[in-house]
Design a protein around this ligand. Sequence first.
Ligand code: LHQ
Length: 259
Amino acid sequence: TVLASLADGVLTLTLNRPEKLNAFNEEMHLALRAGFQRAHDDSQVRAVLLTGAGRGFCAGQDLGDRDPRKGGPAPDLGQTLETFYNPTLRLIRSLEKPVVCAVNGVAAGAGANIAIACDIVLAAKSAKFVQAFSKIGLIPDAGGSFNLTRILGEPRAKALTLLAEPLPAATAADWGLIWKAVEDEALLPEARALAAALAAGPTLGLGLTKRLIQAAATNSLDQQLDLERDCQREAGRSADYAEGVTAFLEKRKPEFKGQ
Ligand code: LHQ
């Protein structure tokens, strides 16, 4: 349900239930989590590229999995979040390596919010982001209530989540919800090139940069200045910093190792 391949330091994870627009069943949850866990554990992985197979990126939870017409007790969706979505969201955010997301088609519900939790999001111009939750009586999850509000502010976050209107990729880019909307044919080549360039970069410093930018959402200025000091101290001790300065002085391209 998730294809994983490692090349040039990039672990590509492709959601692969195209007949269901890559909606999440338990198997896909576990496979995606395993992919991000591998990204944490494997030092060969220096960047991740997340995308979807077929015409959709991800339609969120597979709604066929829990058919209310079959009767039985109401499901505990809080438990579903705790068991399946939240660990994956935490793995994406805590991974100190860049995560590029290539949104190849519709991203709905938790699928939209997993996309926007990634670090650099490219979307095909034909893609749309749908906060579909309110259409079925649910609330925005998978970090959506946090990320949408922080990125867009309350007015847009509320309208998107209360109305569940599809947001075209170009508007998502205009609003700063994603990095770029690109021509459909250009999506994968651009996303791959971006991920490969990041993977060949000073990934220790990039990881620290990700930590800093995320921490700024909840830190005070004083806390953030302290964190910048600590992270710069660590970056300054890296082999990549020495190589970056040496290459600059020698007027050549640096060769970073991620150390
Ligand atoms: C699907 C799905 C789907 C199953 C398309 N499931 N089959 C967390 C905690 C626990 C539980 C609940 O949820 C959550 C978080 C969530 O993610 S809640 C939100 C769940 N997602 C949705 O409500 C989105 C439902 N899907 C749609 O609104 C549309 O399918 C979108 C807007 C994604 C795409 O529309 P279209 O491009 O018109 O495609 P389509 O509707 O024709 O879908 C194509 C096929 O995919 C179709 O199957 P079929 O056999 O008729 O070809 C759909 O039934 C199936 N599909 N989403 N979530």
